[in-house]
Ligand binder design. Structure first.
Ligand code: ACO
Length: 431
C-alpha cells in the first residue's frame, strides 16, 4: 500500500471535513499532523498519550513488535557488547560516536566535573538518615539548580552543553552520596584516576578505612547496565524532563522532576518487585504454582518482569541482561545462586506456555537486572537511583534536542472539561 500524505477528518453533523498532512519519519508509524485542529474548535483526547507523538526526535527508537531498540540508529545489543557508557552518553548527546580524541576529552570533562560544591553537604544533612536514596536524589539534584542558576542560559547552545556535561558527571556523585548518607558512612570523593563507572563503584563502596578494589568484570557489567538504561524514547520521566524544560527551566530542576517520575513503581521500581517474587517462589518446584496464579483471571498476581507496554517481542535489553547475569555470577562464583536458577527456569517454562505466548509476554529488562545488582552488592533501595544515573544521559540529550529545535514551544496540553458550569459563589453561611 502506498503511503498516505493526507488524512481527512469527517463529521456526522454536516460540518465540512478537515484535512491534515501525514508526516513520515525515518522509521515507525506515520503521524497525522493535527496542529491546525484547534483552529477548527476541536481537540483530540488521548489520556496517557497512547497515540500521540509529542515531538520529533532523532535520539532513540523502539520497534516493539520486532524487539528493536536503537540509540541514534545503533542497535542496543551492539552498543552493549562493543561500546562503553561514556561513548553512549556522547552518542546520545552529540548524535555520533566519538573518535578516540573526542572520547578522551569527554571522559576528562566527566572526571573534572564529578565533584559537587562543598556546600551541598549541608543539604544532605537536612534529610533523615533513613530517607529513601531516591527522595534524597530528587532533593539534592533540585538543590543543585541553586548552585548553577544565574550562570545558565538554556537558550544558549554552549551553556546547554556545559549543563548537560555537568549533569552526566555529577549525578553518580549525588547517587553514591545518597547511599553513603543512608548508611551513615562518610562520603567518598570522586577520584580522577578512575573511569566513570569505576568511580561510581569507588564512591559507593570505599571507606576511609579501606580502599575499594574495583573488579573490572563487575565494573564492565555495571557499565553495560548503564548503557541499557540510558534512553528509551518519550517514556514518562523523559516526557517530564521535556515538559519541565519547555518553559526554559533550570536543567538541574528538570532532571530532578524526571527523577521524581522515574521513582514511581510503575516506571523504575519493577526490578525490586522481581527479586521479591523470586524470593517468594523460593524453589524451582514451586514455579508451576506461580505460573498458574499468573494465568488465573480471578487472581491479581502477575509474573513480575514479564510483559511490556511497547515490546510485544523479547525486550532486547533482557537478552543482554541475562548474559551479563551469567558473567557476573560466574565471576563471583555464584552460578548456583538459587534466585538465578529460579529465574532461568521460570523464563524457560513461561516461554513455552500458551498463555504467555498468545499474549506476547516476554521477559523485560527488569527480569534479570535485580539479580545482577544484588550480586554486585547494590542494595534494592539503590536500584532506581542507578537507573536515574543512567537515564540522566538520555534526559539531557532529549532536553538539549528540544531546546535546539526552532519549532520548540512551551508544552501545554489541553483538556476535555467535564466539571461544573459557571455558577455564583455561595457565601459560607449559606452552604
Ligand atoms: N503476568 C501475567 N499476565 C500478564 C502479565 C504478567 N506479567 N502482563 C500482562 N498480562 C496479561 C494481562 O492480564 C492482560 O490479560 P487479558 O488480555 O486477559 O486481560 C494482558 O496480558 C495484557 O496486559 P496489559 O496490562 O493490558 O498490558 P500492558 O501493555 O498495559 O502492560 C505491563 C504492560 C504493565 C508491563 C504488564 O505486562 C505488567 O504488569 N508486567 C509486570 C510488571 C513489570 O514487569 N513491569 C516492568 C515493565 S518494564 C519497565 O518499566 C522498564
Amino acid at each position: 500500500m502506498t503511503r498516505a500524505t493526507k488524512a481527512t477528518l469527517t463529521f456526522d453533523n454536516g460540518a465540512p471535513p478537515i484535512e491534515f498532512p501525514v508526516l513520515s519519519g525515518t522509521m515507525g508509524p506515520d503521524v497525522i499532523d493535527i496542529r491546525s485542529l484547534g483552529q477548527h474548535g476541536y481537540l483530540t483526547y488521548d489520556p496517557g498519550f497512547m497515540a500521540t507523538a509529542s515531538c520529533a526526535s532523532r535520539i532513540s527508537y523502539i520497534d516493539g513488535d520486532a524487539g528493536l531498540l536503537c540509540y541514534r540508529g545503533y542497535p542496543i545489543e551492539q552498543l552493549a557488547s562493543q561500546s562503553t557508557f561514556m561513548e553512549v552518553a556522547y552518542l546520545l548527546l552529540y548524535g555520533e560516536l566519538p573518535n578516540s580524541g573526542q572520547k578522551s576529552v569527554f571522559e576528562e570533562e566527566m572526571r573534572r566535573n564529578a565533584m559537587l560544591h562543598d556546600q551541598i553537604h549541608t543539604v544532605f544533612r537536612g534529610f533523615r538518615r533513613d530517607a529513601h536514596p531516591m527522595a534524597v536524589m530528587v532533593g539534592v539534584t533540585g538543590a543543585l539548580s541553586a548552585f548553577y542558576h544565574d550562570s545558565t542560559n538554556v537558550f544558549d547552545a554552549a551553556n546547554r552543553e556545559q549543563s548537560a556535561l555537568q549533569l552526566i558527571a555529577k549525578i553518580p556523585t549525588v547517587a553514591a552520596m545518597s547511599y553513603k548518607y543512608n548508611m551513615g558512612e562518610p562520603f567518598a570523593y570522586p577520584q580522577y584516576r578512575h573511569h566513570y563507572t569505576e568511580n561510581f563503584l569507588h564512591m559507593m563502596f570505599s571507606t576511609p578505612c579501606e580502599t575499594y578494589q574495583v573488579n573490572p568484570i563487575l565494573a564492565r557489567a555495571l557499565d553495560r547496565i548503564l548503557i541499557l538504561h540510558a534512553d528509551h524514547e518519550q517514556n514518562a520521566s523523559t516526557s517530564t524532563v521535556r515538559l519541565a524544560g519547555s518553559s526554559g527551566a533550570n536543567p538541574f530542576a528538570c532532571v530532578a522532576a524526571g527523577m521524581a517520575s522515574l521513582w514511581g513503581p510503575l516506571h523504575g521500581g519493577a526490578n525490586e518487585a522481581v527479586l521479591k517474587m523470586l524470593a517468594e517462589i523460593g524453589d524451582v518446584s514451586r514455579i508451576p504454582e506461580f505460573i498458574k496464579r499468573a494465568k488465573d483471571k480471578s487472581n491479581p498476581f502477575r509474573l513480575m518482569g514479564f510483559g511490556h507496554r511497547v515490546y510485544k517481542n523479547m525486550d532486547p535489553r533482557a537478552a543482554v541482561m541475562r548474559k551479563t547475569c551469567h558473567e557476573v555470577l560466574d565471576e563471583l562464583d555464584l552460578n548456583g545462586d538459587p534466585l538465578f536458577q529460579i529465574a532461568l527456569e521460570l523464563e524457560r517454562i513461561a516461554l513455552q506456555d500458551e498463555y504467555f505466548i498468545s499474549k506476547k509476554l516476554y521477559p523485560n529488562v527488569d527480569f534479570y537486572s535485580g539479580i545482577v545488582f544484588r550480586a554486585l552488592g547494590i542494595p534494592e533501595s539503590m536500584f532506581t537511583a542507578i537507573f536515574a544515573l543512567a537515564r540522566t544521559a538520555g534526559w539531557v540529550a532529549q532536553w538539549n534536542e528540544m531546546l535546539s529545535d526552532s519549532a520548540h514551544r512551551i508544552g501545554r496540553p489541553r483538556q476535555q472539561y467535564i466539571g461544573a458550569m459557571p455558577r455564583d459563589y455561595v457565601p459560607i453561611n449559606q452552604r
